[in-house]
Ligand binder design. Structure first.
Ligand SMILES: Nc1ncnc2c1ncn2[C@@H]1O[C@H](COP(=O)(O)OP(=O)(O)OP(=O)(O)O)[C@@H](O)[C@H]1O
Ligand SMILES: [Mg+2]
Length: 226
């Protein structure tokens, strides 16, 4: 489903990804690990079409993802429906006036009927136990609440692939336990997931494969976990 061939990327000359080659199959869960600054978030951004390889290629379902290809708005919309990204910092992805509008935004962009939009929004709010937040302004929520809203927004579009950057960061113990078991359910249901974490426990409990990056921004090793 996802194929990276010798991908390199630098931010204005500052190298962030070096020679990354990785194939991810449909239904697989891959966990990225490595020290601060090794390139995990950059790799996840690249998978989501926010940055592009300077060398090498990124193929999603056989289609090379380039800046040019994503300029096609129809393709871009389809692509972003199929791959959902939850940022390390939820603030950058929440921009609506209320939690409900925020969750409805994706399904509305997809052109679903009003009935379907309302149904999906109710379903994900129930799933994430955030119905009581629906009238609140997202920017006023706590970090953990924002994370749940960000997850709800992505799930409401039912993407084939979920990309999560440090999903446990900033969550209290109870929310962490809840989120780990929630992600385990998604994995069992066959969702393709790619996530980064500094949490060994999460990596081992969730990852089919663990990908370790080193401080030279390369893949140091790939370990099969199950
Ligand atoms: N917007 C940016 N402009 C310039 N350099 C950046 C930018 N974002 C990241 N970098 C640099 O790219 C490298 C990789 O950063 P990245 O955020 O991908 O690391 P990370 O593995 O996610 O780290 P962390 O564990 O702290 O989240 C780092 O050296 C970082 O300083
Ligand atoms: Mg990061």
């Amino acid at each position: 489903m996802i194929q990276l061939d010798s991908v390199c990327f630098a931010y204005e000359g500052h190298i962030a990804l070096r020679n990354i080659s990785l194939d991810i199959a449909k239904g697989e869960t891959v966990v990225l690990q490595g020290a601060n600054g090794c390139g995990k978030s950059t790799l996840l951004k690249l998978l989501n079409g926010l940055v592009f390889p300077e060398q090498g290629r990124y193929l999603f379902d056989g289609q090379e993802i380039t800046e040019q290809v994503l300029k096609n708005s129809l393709f871009s919309r389809r692509f972003h429906q199929r791959i959902g990204f939850i940022f390390q910092n939820a603030d950058v992805q929440l921009f609506c006036g209320s939690v409900q509008e925020e969750i409805e935004f994706g399904p509305r962009q997809m052109g679903l009927s009003e009935e379907e939009i309302v149904q999906r929004t109710e379903d994900v709010m129930a799933l994430l136990d955030i119905a009581h937040l629906k009238g609140r302004a997202p920017y006023q929520l706590s970090g953990g609440e924002k994370r749940k809203v960000a997850i709800a927004c992505i799930l409401s579009m039912n993407p084939d692939v979920l990309v999560l950057d440090e999903p446990l960061a900033g969550l209290d113990r109870k929310s962490q336990i809840w989120l780990v078991s929630f992600l385990q359910q998604l994995r069992k249901a066959g969702k393709t997931m790619i996530l980064s974490t500094h949490n060994e426990e999460l990596a081992h409990s969730l990852g089919d494969r663990l990908v370790y990056m080193n401080e030279d921004h390369e893949i140091a090793s790939i370990v099969r976990n199950r």
